[in-house]
Ligand binder design. Structure first.
Ligand SMILES: [Zn+2]
Length: 297
């Protein structure tokens, strides 16, 4: 008798979690299994962004890397099956350096997700990137340390290309969707991902800005990269909440200020995500789905 893979009322127990998940042969890892629950588009929620889907079904999905940050909410948006996961947990218990990014990505993949939208609250490093605007990032500079950022720790050595970190098909779709809502949207930008939980020093921020990098954040790496390792598309939407350590005459960022700006923009972010979901075509025309081709040997 098959038992349920996923306990919809709480954490899965041993017997439940081992049974019922239909194991599927996968080159990803001998640990990859898929659940009976399905979704095609995944959305991560950030600080102050804990729900997306009305009346969702909520499921825990256990992974070989542990539990994701919270239950995953499942439902339909614009006729598409969507999975929503608040990356910090609903009660914001996991700060950026403590998020189990691998479990979060693995759970999305196990649901069948092929496209991920990753909105983030970000600081701006450039005067023209104003608070309240959004950036659909095209590059990353990783300044994190010690995070578990790969599924490929051996024995099969795997080097995945990350030259273009974000999905080439989804980026223009996101830009068009946000602009259709009259949101001030930058169609490119480099995100510097810092380890956190502290904000940057003035010297660090100045150094990042001097390279021309636009945006600063604490979670977009390895979240974006792990999606690539699992051959899922990933697109970022950076909501600019502040000017990091500050420009001339502007105070350095505080957490309270970030939350205030984020709260007042929450509906805009959600509306933007609804538009993006509606605009994503079924067919993938990018190369994300074959990211492992040529990565070995
Ligand atoms: Zn893609």
């Amino acid at each position: 008798m098959r038992r349920r893979a996923v306990n919809t009322h709480g954490r899965p127990t041993g017997a439940r979690r081992r049974a019922g998940i239909s194991p599927r042969a996968s080159y990803l890892s001998d640990g990859m299994e898929t659940t009976k629950e399905r979704a095609e588009i995944g959305v991560y929620g950030g600080s102050g962004f804990y729900s997306l889907i009305e009346n969702p079904r909520e499921v825990w999905i256990e992974t070989p890397y542990g539990m994701p940050s919270d239950k995953i909410a499942l439902g339909e948006i614009a006729g598409k099956k969507v999975a929503f996961l608040p990356r910090h947990g609903k009660d914001h218990r996991y700060p950026p350096q403590s998020i189990n990014y691998r479990a979060n990505a693995w759970a999305m993949k196990a649901l069948g997700v092929t496209r991920i939208i990753g909105p983030t609250a970000c600081g701006s490093l450039q005067p023209e990137v104003k608070p309240g605007s959004m950036v659909v990032a095209d590059q990353i500079v990783d300044r994190t340390s010690g995070r578990k950022d790969t599924f490929y720790d051996g024995p099969v050595t795997t080097h995945v290309s990350f030259a273009d970190p974000y999905c080439a098909q989804l980026r223009p779709i996101a830009v068009d969707a946000l602009r259709s809502l009259d949101i001030d949207t930058h169609d490119h930008g480099t995100i510097v991902v810092i380890q956190g939980p502290r904000f940057s020093t003035r010297a660090e921020s100045k150094w990042f800005a001097s390279h021309g990098w636009e945006v600063i954040n604490m979670t977009n790496y390895p979240e974006s990269y792990l999606a690539r390792e699992l051959e899922m598309c990933y697109v970022n939407i950076s909501l600019i909440t502040d000017y990091d350590v500050g420009l001339e005459g502007i105070e350095p960022v505080s957490h309270a200020e970030v939350m205030k700006v984020f709260a007042s923009n929450n509906e805009r972010v959600k509306n933007g995500i609804f538009k993006i979901i509606a605009a994503i075509p079924a067919e993938r025309t990018c190369t994300c789905g074959s990211a492992l081709a040529g990565a070995r040997g």
